[in-house]
Design a protein around this ligand. Structure first.
Ligand SMILES: [Zn+2]
Ligand SMILES: [Zn+2]
Length: 258
């Protein structure tokens, strides 16, 4: 599998997972035009996309869904809550093939098997994914205030993980956001994962991981250097063969293969 994070952050998210024959996308939070442009830039064939999987219905994850799905006919997958939140944004809901996923149960999409699991975020029914092809699995876990032991059970199956590392707690606390927003972001039940929390998750997983991509970084309360340094500190001597990268908002991240 070849994984490319096309965009990541509060202004739009989209991950491209290319398998042996087909491709799936996770989230379409950038415009249809931008999805197609970025896919073309990395040589990914948009005509090969077999499914679009949505983590939740916030606009930075679904902005391009309506136009992309109508233009391509690609089916859209997500939890019932996420699809319910998506519906009002679809101009012709009947024109999009919607497939509700049950957390914990795998669905088949082309040669991929995709399992969803609940995350902790202020959306209707937010979720992460384990995407498998043959014996390789990639996890996507962003927009979550915490990673519970239940979520870790899913992530332990993964060879690579796209993991949120949203903010540096010190930068958030000392930053210019209003108090209510700071509370919302740091809320473990409904917010976003901090750098130290992400590092702790990587420490749990790193023995079995080849790649990790730190994702959904705040442009206001984080820097790629801080996120990376915290992750490296977290895994320390346990890092093994783990390669850690950072996903960006405005540029395509370096693709990697597992
Ligand atoms: Zn988001
Ligand atoms: Zn969100």
């Amino acid at each position: 599998m070849k994984i490319t994070v096309l965009a990541s952050g509060s202004k739009g998210n989209c991950i491209c997972v290319e398998g042996g024959s087909g491709t799936i996308l996770v989230d379409a939070g950038i415009s249809n035009r931008e999805i197609l442009r970025r896919m073309a830039e990395v040589g990914a064939d948009a005509g090969n996309v077999e499914g679009l999987f949505l983590t939740h219905e916030h606009s930075d994850h679904i902005r391009g869904v309506d136009v992309f799905s109508r233009g391509s006919g690609v089916p859209v997958y997500g939890t019932e809550g996420t699809l319910g939140g998506l519906m009002p944004t679809l101009k012709k809901p009947g024109a999009t093939g919607l497939h509700a996923m049950i957390p914990g149960e795998a669905v088949e999409c082309g040669d991929f098997m995709v399992t969803t699991f609940h995350t902790s975020h202020d959306a209707a029914e937010p979720s992460g994914f384990c995407i498998s092809e043959d014996d390789v699995t990639v996890g996507v876990c962003t927009d979550t205030g915490m990673v519970t032991s239940g979520m870790l059970t899913f992530l332990r199956r993964c060879d690579a993980v796209i993991l949120e590392s949203n903010h540096c707690p010190v930068m958030l606390a000392e930053g210019r956001y209003p108090a209510f927003l700071k509370r919302r972001i740091a809320d473990t039940k409904r917010g976003h994962l901090s750098n130290p929390a992400a590092a702790a998750v990587l420490r749990e997983l790193c023995a079995d991981l080849s790649h990790a991509v730190l994702a959904h970084l705040s442009e206001e309360n984080n820097t790629p250097e801080k996120a990376l340094a915290t992750a490296h500190e977290g895994v320390g001597l346990y890092a093994g063969n783990l390669e850690v990268g950072v996903a960006r908002q405005h540029t395509i991240s370096d693709p990697f293969e597992v």
